[in-house]
Design a protein around this ligand. Structure first.
Ligand code: BJW
Ligand code: ZN
Length: 257
């Protein structure tokens, strides 16, 4: 494994020769847009909330208003921020490869829409989307207006979730909570993309949450080069060929352009 502080000529050559690139992104890629990550020390408003506590169906069952409002507040924040140079570099790279007959696939663990707003096509939202809603019991999709909270202000007073028009049960966010299965189609598509890639790029994830964290490791079967972009070591750094130690907003444009 090579730990690098900048993109070397060797890495540039590797990227230039790749026509099929698979990317796995995590919360770190949206950090420079102002969306807090899950597991880094938080200051301010997010200190009091942890994904392990709130991103579960048990939490929603016992404290539906708290969990619901946490998600609506986070939606508001995401709507208030913009894609950063990491997202836009990936979108440009994808467009360039597609124009040349290749492809760059993005499988993201993020529930935000910043890849799409940067102009990229996302192959797989492994943990769902924070903007989708469905009934927690019967699965009926629910259309809701965007929340009116200020995502940068203090968390709002908990509000009850709306109820399903079909069965009356509570509406929940369309995300994947701990203990729930990932959407099979998304996971299979992401696995196939990693298996057929010339290069795999892992950006902004701690590599802690399974099964997403194991996806890039499928590349090891074929000896495909693995590149990580993260300012610090992650749980999957050891499996990487190259670890670019820096923010994705700097490293992705340096790799892609
Ligand atoms: C930067 C940066 C910059 C900062 N540039 N980088 C095997 C072993 C052990 C446990 C399990 C296992 N298999 C399954 C489990 C259980 C569980 C799990 O993995 N638990 C772990 C905590 C150990 N997994 C599940 O339950 C999954 N389901 C499942 O396995 O189903 C099968 C099953 C069902 C029933 C029984 C048994 C099996 C589902 C996981 C769902 C995860 N959901 C969440 C919440 C989504 C909704 C929401 O947003 O609220 O997804 S949790 C949260 O973590 C969110 C994220 O997508 C996910 C990953 O986090 P991510 O993206 O890596 O963020 P961070 O914060 O951890 O890291 C950020 C990184 O960015 C850091 O490294 C920074 O350094 C870096 N960074 N700035 C680049 N500028
Ligand atoms: Zn229902």
């Amino acid at each position: 494994m090579q730990v690098l502080s900048h993109v070397t000529d060797e890495l540039t050559d590797l990227i230039r020769s790749a026509t099929r690139v698979a990317v796995l992104s995590g919360a770190g890629i949206s950090a420079e847009s102002g969306v807090p990550t899950f597991r880094e020390a938080q200051t301010g408003l997010w200190e009091q909330f942890s994904a392990e506590d709130l991103a579960t169906s048990d939490a929603f069952h016992f404290a539906p208003a708290l969990v619901w409002t946490w998600y609506r507040w986070r939606q508001s924040l995401i709507l208030q921020v913009e894609p950063n140079p990491g997202h836009t570099a990936l979108a440009r790279w994808q467009q360039g490869l597609r124009a040349a007959g290749g492809d760059l696939s993005i499988a993201t663990q993020n529930v935000d829409d910043l890849h799409e707003r940067a102009g990229a096509h996302v192959l797989a939202h492994l943990h769902g989307s924070i903007f989708d809603h469905r009934c927690a019991e019967c699965g009926e999709p629910a259309e809701l207006p965007v929340p009116g909270y200020d995502g940068f202000a203090a968390p709002p007073e908990p509000e009850d979730p709306p109820t399903c028009t079909a069965c009356g049960a509570l509406v929940r966010p369309g995300v994947v909570w701990f203990g729930e299965m990932l959407p099979m189609e998304a996971f299979d598509a992401a696995s196939a993309a990693v298996r057929s890639a010339d290069v795999v790029v892992v950006a902004g994830t701690s590599g802690i949450v399974q099964p997403a964290a194991s996806l890039p490791l499928l590349a090891l079967e074929r000896g495909t080069p693995l590149i990580e972009i993260n300012p610090v070591e992650s749980d999957i750094s050891d499996a990487m060929d190259y670890c670019l130690r820096g923010p994705s907003g700097t490293m992705l444009p340096a790799l892609a352009d």
